[in-house]
Design a protein around this ligand. Structure first.
Ligand SMILES: Nc1nc2c(ncn2[C@@H]2O[C@H](COP(=O)(O)OP(=O)(O)OP(=O)(O)O)[C@@H](O)[C@H]2O)c(=O)[nH]1
Ligand SMILES: [Zn+2]
Length: 193
């Protein structure tokens, strides 16, 4: 997957002032990386590969754990003074925003997150991490310490050619609204929660 750095600017946040790097890809999808400190040196860098979740990241949804996980990743990178957050525009585990909302509507009727994707004709998880590998490669990052609870994501990133030297557990507090969702992630996706 061909990716190019299209823009670089500053992103001041409550946690740190990140470098914000915008990527264009041959598929037309745009992605961003928040980077801090000397992320290009040889030492494996603390990293999160975060999948877009408009409802969780921007609208404070309590159906999932995405918003608090994004914030926690920014805080951990700020604390270390060095790290990257690859923000991938793979909304709804790759099925897109509106289809995710359709999947939520199915869950409102009693299906779990996997069954809801399947009844709509999608894979339970349609994400592709090849683009993350290309982005990290373009940034000159050779090895990462990955903040995740998802063993499949870790494996997929390794399969895409990324050297993951360590999994850093990335737990956040649950809510009454995401209890069932988190339980399904543990049972059906093997999340280490
Ligand atoms: N299709 C679908 N996507 C969802 C649903 N809930 C959250 N998502 C999407 O799932 C993605 C996040 O995946 P998660 O399984 O929560 O976490 P992860 O990134 O695989 O694993 P961690 O690294 O541990 O956070 C985001 O793209 C969300 O938009 C849902 O019910 N259906
Ligand atoms: Zn979410």
């Amino acid at each position: 997957m061909q990716v190019t750095i299209a823009a670089e600017t500053k992103l001041p946040t409550p946690f740190a002032e990140f470098k914000l790097i915008g990527f264009d890809t041959e598929s037309g999808q745009e992605h961003v990386v928040l980077a801090l400190g000397d992320y290009q040196s040889d030492e494996p860098v603390l990293a999160r590969v975060h999948s877009e979740c408009l409802t969780g990241d921007a609208l404070f949804s309590q159906r999932c754990d995405c918003g608090p996980q994004l914030e926690a990743a920014m805080q951990k990178v700020a604390k270390e003074g060095r790290g990257v957050i690859v923000y991938l525009r793979q909304e709804g585990r790759g099925i897109g925003l509106i289809n995710k909302l359709r999947a939520y509507a199915e869950q409102d009727k009693g299906l779990d997150t996997v069954e809801a994707n399947e009844i709509l004709g999608f894979l339970p998880d349609a994400r592709d991490y090849q683009v993350a590998a290309s982005i990290l490669d373009t940034l000159g990052i050779k090895a990462i310490r990955l903040m995740t609870n998802n063993p499949e994501k870790l494996q997929s990133l390794q399969d895409a050619g990324i050297n993951v030297t360590e999994r850093v557990p990335h737990h956040v507090a649950g809510t009454p609204h995401n209890k069932h969702y988190m339980a399904t992630k543990t049972k059906k996706f093997g999340h280490l929660l």
